[in-house]
Ligand binder design. Structure first.
Ligand SMILES: NC(=O)c1ccc[n+]([C@@H]2O[C@H](COP(=O)([O-])OP(=O)(O)OC[C@H]3O[C@@H](n4cnc5c(N)ncnc54)[C@H](OP(=O)(O)O)[C@@H]3O)[C@@H](O)[C@H]2O)c1
Length: 284
C-alpha cells in the first residue's frame, strides 16, 4: 500500500458540489488534482484515456455526472453518455494505467419499495432514466475493473451549486407557504461529511460497494421544515404528495441507505443529518 503522502488523486467533476468539497478536503493530505468538462469530457473515450495516462494518478474519484434528474427523462441519450459510458471510459482509462477508481453513485438505483434501510447487496430497480443510467455506470465499473470502490450516497447539499437546502432557505424568506413532498424518505447528506468519509475509505484501502450517508432519515417535508426553523424563515411548510407535484422523473418513496458496511470497515458512522445541517447553516 502506498504511503498517504505519496498518493496522487485525480478528482473528476471537481467543479461540482461534491467534487469541490472533496478537492478541498483531500488537499490537506494528498497530492490532489481536479478536472472538469473543460479539461476533458468523460464521454470522449480517447480524450479521457489520454488525460489519465498523462496525469498518472494513483486514484481517480469520479464525481462527474449528469445529475438533473428530471432533465434526464427528456435527454436520456446524454444521461447514458455521461453516467454510463462516461463511467466506463474512466474505468478503462484507470485500468490502462493501473490507477484505482472510486466511483460515486446514488440511492436512485433503488425503487423505494423497502421499508428498512437498503443494504449494498439489495437488488437494484431504478424508476427513472437517471437511476437507470447510474446503474449502468456501476455495472460498467464492476465489469471493467477487478478492484474498484463504488460509493452510493443521497440527498446531497454543499457550498457549491444549486441544492435543496439553499433553495428552501431562499424561498422561506420570500414566501408565506412552501409545498414539499411528505411521501419520500431520504438521508440528507452534507458533502463535507461525505468527503471525510471518502478520505477514510481511501485511507483503509477499501474495495467494493459502500453506502455512505449522514445518519437518520426524514421526508423532504421534514427536511424543509427543519431548514426553515434553523434559518428563521417565515414560510409554513405544507406537506403534499409526489402525485400532486407531478414531476417528470419518478423518485423512490423510500431511499434510505444502510451504512453498516462502511461502519464495519472504518469503525465510524456519519453524524446525524440534523447535526450536519445545523453546522452547514451556521457557516453560511
Ligand atoms: N446531488 C445529489 O443530491 C446526489 C445524490 C446522490 C448521488 N449523487 C451523485 O454524487 C455525484 C456528485 O454529484 P453532485 O451533485 O456533486 O454533481 P454536480 O454538482 O452536478 O457536479 C457534477 C460535475 O460533473 C461535471 N460533468 C458533467 N458532465 C461531464 C462530462 N461529460 N465530463 C466531465 N465532467 C462532467 C459537471 O459539469 P457541468 O456542471 O458543466 O455539467 C459538474 O461540474 C454524482 O455521481 C451524483 O450522481 C448526487
Amino acid at each position: 500500500m502506498l504511503s498517504e503522502w505519496f498518493m496522487s488523486i485525480l478528482i473528476v467533476g471537481a467543479q461540482g458540489m461534491l467534487g469541490s468539497d472533496l478537492l478541498e478536503h483531500l488537499n490537506d493530505t494528498y497530492g490532489v488534482k481536479g478536472t472538469d468538462k473543460e479539461d476533458f469530457d468523460i464521454t470522449d473515450r480517447t480524450e479521457t484515456c489520454k488525460a489519465i495516462a498523462e496525469i498518472q494518478p494513483d486514484w481517480v474519484i469520479n464525481t462527474a455526472a449528469y445529475t438533473q434528474v428530471d432533465r434526464c427523462e427528456e435527454d436520456s441519450k446524454l444521461a447514458f453518455e455521461v453516467n454510463a459510458a462516461g463511467a466506463a471510459n474512466l474505468a478503462m482509462a484507470c485500468k490502462a494505467v493501473q490507477a484505482r477508481l472510486l466511483h460515486v453513485s446514488t440511492d436512485y438505483v433503488f425503487d423505494g419499495s423497502s421499508r428498512t434501510p437498503y443494504r449494498e447487496d439489495d437488488p437494484v430497480n431504478p424508476l427513472s432514466v437517471y437511476g437507470k443510467s447510474k446503474v449502468q455506470g456501476e455495472s460498467a465499473v464492476r465489469t471493467i475493473l477487478d478492484d474498484f470502490v463504488i460509493v452510493r450516497t443521497a440527498g446531497l447539499y454543499g457550498r457549491r451549486g444549486t441544492n435543496f437546502v439553499n433553495t428552501i432557505r431562499r424561498m422561506a424568506q420570500e414566501r408565506d407557504e412552501l409545498s414539499v413532498v411528505n411521501d419520500q424518505w431520504v438521508s440528507p447528506t452534507y458533502t463535507v461529511d461525505l468527503s471525510r468519509a471518502i478520505g477514510m475509505l481511501l485511507r483503509v484501502s477499501a474495495r467494493g460497494l459502500f453506502h455512505v450517508v449522514n445518519s437518520g432519515s426524514c421526508t423532504w417535508h421534514q427536511f424543509a421544515r427543519t431548514i426553515v426553523e434553523l434559518t428563521g424563515g417565515r414560510s409554513t411548510v405544507i406537506p403534499i404528495s409526489s402525485c400532486q407535484l407531478n414531476r417528470p422523473a419518478a423518485r423512490p418513496a423510500f431511499s434510505v441507505l444502510g451504512c453498516r458496511k462502511y461502519t464495519e470497515l472504518t469503525g465510524k458512522e456519519l453524524r446525524p443529518w440534523e447535526e450536519a445541517l445545523t453546522e452547514y447553516l451556521s457557516l453560511r
